[in-house]
Each structure stands twice: as C-alpha cells, then as structure tokens.
Design a protein. Structure first.
Length: 462
C-alpha cells in the first residue's frame, strides 16, 4: 500500500500529535521553567563564541563592503585586471585583511587611550583622594555651620540610621570570604568573555569570507519553506531590519565619537579637570539614546565637584555646556546623521529603552530602539494593509478628530457633540418611560423582517 502525506488520517494524527506536544511544552514552561532556563543558559554559554563571531561579522560587513566596492574593485579596474573567480577571491582576502586590521587598530587605539590618558587620571584621583575628601569635608562643615537647621536634620538622620549601619557592617564582616569569591568569579567571567571575543573574532573571519554563500542559503531555505510571495515578504522584512540596525548603530557610533570630540574641546577650553576622562564618559554613554547623556553627565558633575568643591560654579558651567551640547546633538547633529532610521517618536524611544533595558541591561538600552523600530514597522504595515483592504485612509492624521464613520464617509468631532449626546440620552429616557406606561394598553406591532430594516436604513431624527 502506497503511503500518501495528504491522507486525511495522517493529517488528523499529525494534528493530534502536535496538540499533545504543545500541551507538554506548555506544561514544562509553566511548572519547570527554571530547568528550561538553566538548560537554555547553558546552551547560550556554549554557543557564545559563535554569537560573538556572528555579531562581529555583522558589524564588520559594511566596512568590508566599503573596502571592496570603493577601493579594491576600482583599483583592479585601473590596473585592467579582468573579473574572474580568482580575482574575486583575492579581492575578498585582501578586503578581509584590511577590515581585520582596521578593527584591531581601533581596539588598540581605545586601549592605548585608556592606558595613556584615563588610567593616569584615575591614578591621580586615587592619589589625591585624601585631599579631595578633606576639601569636601571643609566645605560641608562650613555649609552646616552657616545653616544650623540643615545641621540638626543631618544629625538626627545619622542618629536614626547609625544602628542599621552598624548592623550592616557587622553582617558584612563575616561574609568577607563570600565577597572575595564573588570578586574572583567576576574576574573569571571577564576573562571568559575576553576568550569568547577572541574566538568569535576568528569565527567572524570565516563568516565574512563566505557571507554571500550564507545569504544565498538563507534565501534558498525561505523559498523552500514558504510560498513565493511569502518568501519575498520575509526577505524584504529581513532587509528592512538589516538597514534599520546598521543605519541606527553605525550612525549612533559616529554621532557619539563627534560628541566626545566636541566635549573634549569644550572642557579643554573651560579647563575642566580630567577633561579626557569626562569626554570619554560622555561619548560612550551617548550611544544610549535619550538617557545616555544624563547617565554620563551626572557622575562627571559629581567628579568635578569633589575635585574642586571651593568653586561649585565649575559644575554649573559644565552642566550648562553638556545641556547645550546635547541640544545640539538632538536637534541638529543627530537628525543629520541618523535621519529617520527608526521612525519612532520620543515616547516610543523612551518605552523601548525602558523595556529592553529592564530585560537585557545596558545592551538592551542600546539595541532596544532598533528592535522596537522593526516591531513598530511590522505592526504599522499590518494595520495599513487591513485598512487598505477596507478602502480606508492609512494616515493617522485622518483619525485624530474623527467622531464616527458611516456610509457617507468620515465625520469629524464638533463642539456640539456633548450637547447632542445629552439630548439623545434625555430623549431615550423619556421614550423608555412612555413605553413602560403604555405597555399594557398598546397593541403589539407587526414584526418587520430584517431585510426590510436593512433596506430601509436608520430613520433620521427630526
């Protein structure tokens, strides 16, 4: 007997099997989620070098494309080298070498800057810590002497919480071994992450060498699994996602570098202490949309105040400068570089940063905006498609002052709408009272078919 996949009994059995399997999966998700989470975490830890390699290759792909299309291929054209498979492989190899060199050189420059500029600044802060604390203490004592009310409040607060502080210190001392263990595990975790990054960089070289082949295999799988129109839609959505991520992340990195350079120039002119350290903090935190400038400015202001508490106006000048710099970034520089890469309003940007930051931490705050931009675009496309099927406009502005829609078209809200609503409610109450009074004496009306009601339509009120 020949077995057929389109047999109805086979389809019923397959449906029953999938329902049972889905029930088992749901049960384990509900009551054994901790085991599933631990196993998934273990798999992620094992595959972390591969994830790092794919992420590195994805970020380096635009650089490789630029090197090949703008430098190497035009150079081959000037040298009159014919396009062959061997030439393409040589161009790819040289392009990967140049891209890898630029990537390693960038990391080296960052480390060199940290070692040559930031590390001495941190060492200077540590060496002068006693004098900074002494200056801060003198300023605080002078302020408390000039304001006795604040002094009394602080003394009462210290007396209130001193017992809890002693209790916390007493509980902390026996747990010193646990604290040392936690620090050791953190150091091991950092070393493991560094090792994963090195292995991932090696993997990214192989991914870049065959990136067209991987892309072709993914498209082939899409056309094999889905229908042609669905596969075209999937590929088009993936291309949109790629353009959104690359446009946002690349533009944000360039924007943050420019902001860091401008911050260094401004702090150098104002002779702000530790200008390099402050500029690096401002530039790095600027990668995080919206909240980033504030996350970088707050610790920088505190540092400047602790270093020189006798001149608090330095903090005020620095805060004003950072505020002006961020206004320039948000209104002029950012739109010029990023353009409309996300298509999100300020509210959705804050929502995306808050939500994904709560899920994935700092990484979520960075990638949350482009992820939510893709989700927002998908929802917008679905809604617009459904509206177009109903022959209705897709512009949001058409619905801002909308009151209702009927066969004649759109009707906007007017200032008399509340009065009309009150009149209709009052009228319906009067009719209901009248009907209740004449219910026993009136004759029942003949039933009208639904077809006649539909043909007649709603009666207009006088």
């Amino acid at each position: 007997m020949k077995f057929k996949l389109n047999n109805k009994y086979f389809r019923r059995g397959l449906t029953a099997f999938l329902v049972i399997a889905a029930g088992i999966v749901f049960y384990y998700l509900m009551f054994h989620s901790s085991n599933i989470k631990s196993n998934v975490g273990r798999i992620v830890d094992i595959l972390m070098p591969v994830v790092c390699g794919l992420a590195t290759a994805y970020l380096l792909t635009p650089v490789l494309n630029f090197v090949e299309k703008k430098l190497l291929i035009p150079l081959c054209g000037l040298c009159k080298i014919k396009e062959t498979k061997k030439r393409d492989s040589i161009v790819r190899g040289i392009g990967i070498l140049i891209t890898a060199f630029l990537f390693v050189e960038l990391i080296y420059l960052l480390i060199a800057m940290l070692v040559s500029q930031i590390v001495p600044s941190v060492q200077n802060i540590i060496s002068n810590y006693d004098s900074y604390i002494s200056n801060f203490t003198k300023w605080l004592n002078q302020t408390l002497e000039d304001n006795p009310d604040i002094n009394d409040y602080i003394v009462k607060t210290i007396d209130k919480y001193s017992g809890e502080l002693e209790k916390w210190i007493t509980e902390l001392l026996p747990n010193t071994a646990l604290l040392i263990k936690t620090v050791s595990l953190s150091v091991i975790s950092v070393l493991r992450g560094l090792w994963d990054f090195i292995i991932g960089f090696v993997i990214s070289i192989y991914v870049l060498a065959s990136k067209e082949k991987f892309a072709g295999q993914a498209k082939k799988m899409a056309y094999a699994i889905f229908e042609r129109d669905t596969a075209n839609l999937v590929i088009r959505n993936f291309r949109f996602t790629h353009n959104t991520f690359i446009g946002f992340l690349g533009g944000k990195i360039i924007d943050s570098i420019i902001i860091g350079i401008l911050c260094f120039a401004g702090t150098s002119i104002m002779r702000t202490p530790y200008a390099v350290l402050v500029s690096v903090v401002i530039g790095v935190t600027n990668v995080i949309p919206f909240f980033g400038p504030y996350l970088g400015a707050i610790p920088s202001v505190i540092l400047i105040f602790i270093v020189d508490p006798a001149h608090p106006l330095n903090c005020v000048y620095f805060a004003i400068f950072i505020l002006a710099l961020q206004q320039f970034d948000g209104n002029i520089l950012g739109p010029k570089i990023l353009g409309s890469s996300t298509g999100l309003t300020g509210f959705w940007v804050i929502f995306a940063i808050t939500f994904f930051g709560g899920l994935f931490g700092v990484i979520g705050m960075i990638i949350g905006v482009p992820i939510f931009a893709v989700i927002y675009a998908a929802a917008k496309s679905i809604i617009n498609t459904q509206l177009q099927k109903k022959s209705m406009p897709t512009e949001t502005k058409s619905y801002e002052n909308l009151d209702y829609i009927d066969e004649t078209g759109f009707h906007e809200q007017s200032s008399e709408s509340p009065k009309q609503l009150h009149f209709l409610i009052h009228k319906s109450i009067k009719f209901s009272e009248k009907d209740s009074e004449t219910k026993d004496t009136s004759k029942p009306e003949a039933a009208v078919p639904d077809e006649q009601i539909l043909e007649k339509g709603p009666e207009k009120e006088s």
